[in-house]
Ligand binder design. Sequence first.
Ligand SMILES: Nc1ncnc2c1ncn2[C@@H]1O[C@H](COP(=O)(O)OP(=O)(O)O)[C@@H](O)[C@H]1O
Ligand SMILES: [Mg+2]
Length: 302
Amino acid sequence: MNILFCDNPFDNKPTVETDYEVEFISAKQNGFTTQLFSYESLTKDKDAEYATRRIKHSNTLQKIIYRGWMLKPNQYTLLYNTLLTKNFQLINSPTEYQNCHYLPDSYKFISAYTPKTTWLTVENAQVNYDEVFKNIAIFGNSPLIVKDFVKSQKHYWDTACFIPSATEKNNVISVVQKFVALQNTDLNEGLVFREFIELNDLTTHSKSGMPLKQEYRLFFLNKQLLNCYNYWEEGEYSTDEHPPLDLFMGIAKNIESNFFSMDIAKTNQGKWVVIELGDGQVAGLPDKGDPLEFYELIRQHC
Ligand SMILES: Nc1ncnc2c1ncn2[C@@H]1O[C@H](COP(=O)(O)OP(=O)(O)O)[C@@H](O)[C@H]1O
Ligand SMILES: [Mg+2]
């Protein structure tokens, strides 16, 4: 089995991107073959041939797992197809990648277990607010959170993420405007609005002041749970309390992806919910997660 990492764009020699060095070493120590490609050549120059020039053609079809920065679905597709010409097949097809990368694509798999969600596409950062208000009318005057198809601006919680009431139009516009401005050219596809639910408190983020909640990140490989990690590095997680993993393993069975993350949380009513899914190849290992153990688990489940 192969693991694909981004190379270090500041080094002429083929070395791994520094942020993934520990994962790269951990993968090697677990017996994986590591491969490198240029993220910059793929995403900026759109030159997948050049980006993958160091990967030699394989005589037999081999599976490969990417671990690195997020890719837009069209970039992932380009990488997927180019690797296939060299006889390497990424663990998720482009459709499987998008299933967990874009919340609107994930929603069908998790709708019974996640806050009510609605979305609209946005072109050239031009938000049609009539469409927004039509879209969010289903929430009445509930509080909401806004994000794009992939990411939020959670560290700007009060100004660009949390909307106290869906009916306070000026406030909705101000939060959405700030969110769109912060996303800038990185806005992924459009806007997603979600009903805000009170999650169990953990602490507040020491730098941004964002409220940190009782959240966990699960990884699933080939429909099997790899591990459950505390999501936040800060805050005291009770060691007596464990999330109901059977519930989430059941949900995972129907998710059309071979490798994904599932972020879960406990509400202040004691209910457990899914916050979002992510493709396992671009989901970060939480800070307290042990990379050596992570790759050992991947090895055992692939
Ligand atoms: N519907 C919601 N209700 C309450 N809190 C939420 C809701 N959705 C997200 N959050 C909180 O906001 C944080 C960021 O949201 P998330 O969807 O995970 O965005 P990102 O993709 O940027 O991580 C979550 O970790 C969670 O604490
Ligand atoms: Mg998140």
